[in-house]
Design a binder for this molecule. Structure first.
Ligand code: HEM
Ligand code: HEM
Ligand SMILES: [Fe+2]
Length: 449
């Protein structure tokens, strides 16, 4: 690690991991309520715990992205951050907003609209934090070396922040409300966050495999082009049944089918880089997370997304457990695992230690990934039966839910494995110390280029 200001990333990563723990524990409680519906029904009703589960997820992923930007931009731009102080103020604002939102949810204050439930003042706080971030990181990049990685990262972060404006637009008309809602939700995970993912993955590949920068750059540009080409009009796959014109059924089906391409490219990119690279980097766990992320993203987003994206299929599967199966594996592969990859890569340097606890960290990869895969299969089976009984035969919703109870029990088991893996990851990254580095700074072998 060359630049002092990169250290702010550590605070971001710690906060992210704390919320990661809250998120998966919240998921586990929500999963138990599916098994035993009256569990905590007075104290912590399902809608509240679900809100905490999904909001904590989004916030910690964003904290991870911000931290990753503060970590990698100084190195790419070859200069210190514009302002370390602003970075800490931004983190403080985000954490106050998060705690405020959670406190609000616990007493029933929220704005509705899944994922965008934050009270209005928190939404403004997030906006201010985003502006601080954009100023800080853009001034850093503008005054330093510009690389494809920072260009793509900045483009992604600028666009995703601009999309936040649609979180404030909430018309009376339910069709329009849903339309703007998807501008945030879909255009985040299936357009702008993909650019952030490509940039971080590109950086990790550059560092871990030692391939030439030019090769990484060519892949990056193709990934960005295909992501935007498919993802923007791909929003149409959410416009099938919300009261928008019928042509969206074709536009959505066709363009969202192309959305598989950037995810396939990211997976191919990671494997080709490892195959071509000459370097034997000591941080094997970071490499495992990077390859795992791009692979699981391809299955979760690409394959499980395509599964129900054609309007003829979605007519039956819309809003069933098939959606939940896809949502879990896609978010886990693309964004959770990617964040854990950059934490695994950066934390030893940020804490000035060798890449330590590799075995524990890799065990946590298999526990979490295995758990998520099993959860996805179980929910896919549940969703298939649900679709048939509810949408084809026409049975009542609650009767159908009763016959799915065995799947919900298995989902809870899979979830417990994920939680165990998550706690093991956090433990392996921040608790155990194996060996202190004797020579400071650049002599750190883990920090090698
Ligand atoms: C890092 C891992 C996880 C990620 C990325 C994740 C992501 C999500 C997302 C995106 C949703 C909303 C789904 C939708 O609207 O279709 C959700 C809901 C949910 N998650 Fe998770 N989750 C994770 C871990 C867990 C765990 C460990 C459990 C434990 C069983 C769990 C149980 C649930 C439940 C019960 C819901 C509510 C589903 C519903 O309303 O029917 N999740 N999660
Ligand atoms: C990393 C990228 C992705 C993530 C994180 C993601 C996540 C999600 C989540 C959480 C939902 C549920 C939203 C809700 O109704 O509350 C959803 C819905 C959906 N996703 Fe994705 N997704 C991704 C990529 C894709 C791709 C590439 C496709 C198509 C090839 C796709 C197709 C769909 C469809 C069709 C729905 C609507 C399901 C329904 O009608 O109930 N997704 N996605
Ligand atoms: Fe989408």
């Amino acid at each position: 690690m060359k630049y002092q200001s990169q250290k702010v990333a550590k605070a971001y990563f710690y906060c992210a991991m704390a919320l990661f723990a809250v998120q998966v524990l919240g998921g586990l409680i929500a999963g138990w309520i599916y098994v035993s519906p009256n569990f905590l029904s007075e104290l912590l009703p399902f809608n509240i715990i679900r809100m905490i589960h999904t909001n904590a997820l989004i916030v910690w992923l964003l904290l991870g992205f911000f931290g990753a930007a503060y970590f990698l931009v100084p190195e790419e731009a070859e200069r210190e951050l514009f302002s370390v102080k602003l970075a800490y103020i931004q983190l403080f604002l985000l954490m106050v907003g998060t705690l405020g939102a959670v406190a609000g949810y616990l007493v029933g204050i929220h704005e509705g609209r899944e994922f965008l439930e934050q009270p209005l003042w928190v939404k403004f706080g997030i906006l201010i934090a985003a502006v601080i971030f954009l100023i800080n990181i853009s001034l850093t990049v503008l005054g330093g070396r510009k690389t494809a990685i920072t260009n793509v990262l900045l483009m992604g972060l600028w666009l995703l922040s601009l999309l936040w404006i649609f979180a404030f637009i909430n018309p009376e008309n339910l069709s329009l409300d849903k339309m703007y809602w998807w501008f945030v939700v879909h255009l985040w995970v299936e357009a702008t966050w993909e650019l952030v993912m490509a940039a971080i993955l590109g950086y990790l590949m550059l560092k871990l495999t030692g391939v030439d920068r030019e090769v990484v750059e060519k892949w990056l540009y193709v990934i960005v082009a295909t992501a935007l080409f498919s993802g923007i009009l791909g929003t149409g796959h959410h416009f099938y049944w919300i009261g928008l014109p019928g042509y969206w059924q074709w536009i959505g089906s066709i363009f969202s089918t192309f959305e598989v391409v950037p995810f396939f490219l990211m997976m191919s990119f990671a494997f080709v880089m490892v195959w071509k690279g000459r370097k034997n980097h000591p941080n094997k766990a970071a490499l495992l997370w990077s390859l795992g992320s791009s692979t699981v993203a391809f299955f979760g987003a690409g394959v499980w997304g395509f599964l129900h994206t054609l309007h003829g299929v979605n007519f039956y599967s819309h809003g069933t457990q098939i959606t939940a199966a896809h949502g879990h594996l896609a978010f886990f592969g693309a964004y959770v695992a990617l964040n854990l990859a950059i934490f695994t890569y950066a934390m030893p340097m940020l804490r000035n230690k060798d890449p330590y606890n590799q075995v524990l960290n890799m065990a946590s990869f298999w526990l979490m990934t295995g758990g998520m895969a099993f959860m996805t299969f179980v929910l896919t089976f549940a969703g298939t039966i649900q679709t048939h009984m509810q949408r084809v035969i026409g049975d009542y919703y609650m009767d159908v839910q009763d016959s799915l109870s065995i799947f919900y029990l298995m989902r809870f088991g899979a979830g417990a494995a994920v939680v165990l893996g998550a706690l093991l990851f956090i433990y392996s990254t921040i608790v155990v110390r194996k060996r202190e580095i004797i020579t400071p700074g650049d002599a750190n072998p883990a920090a090698g280029e």
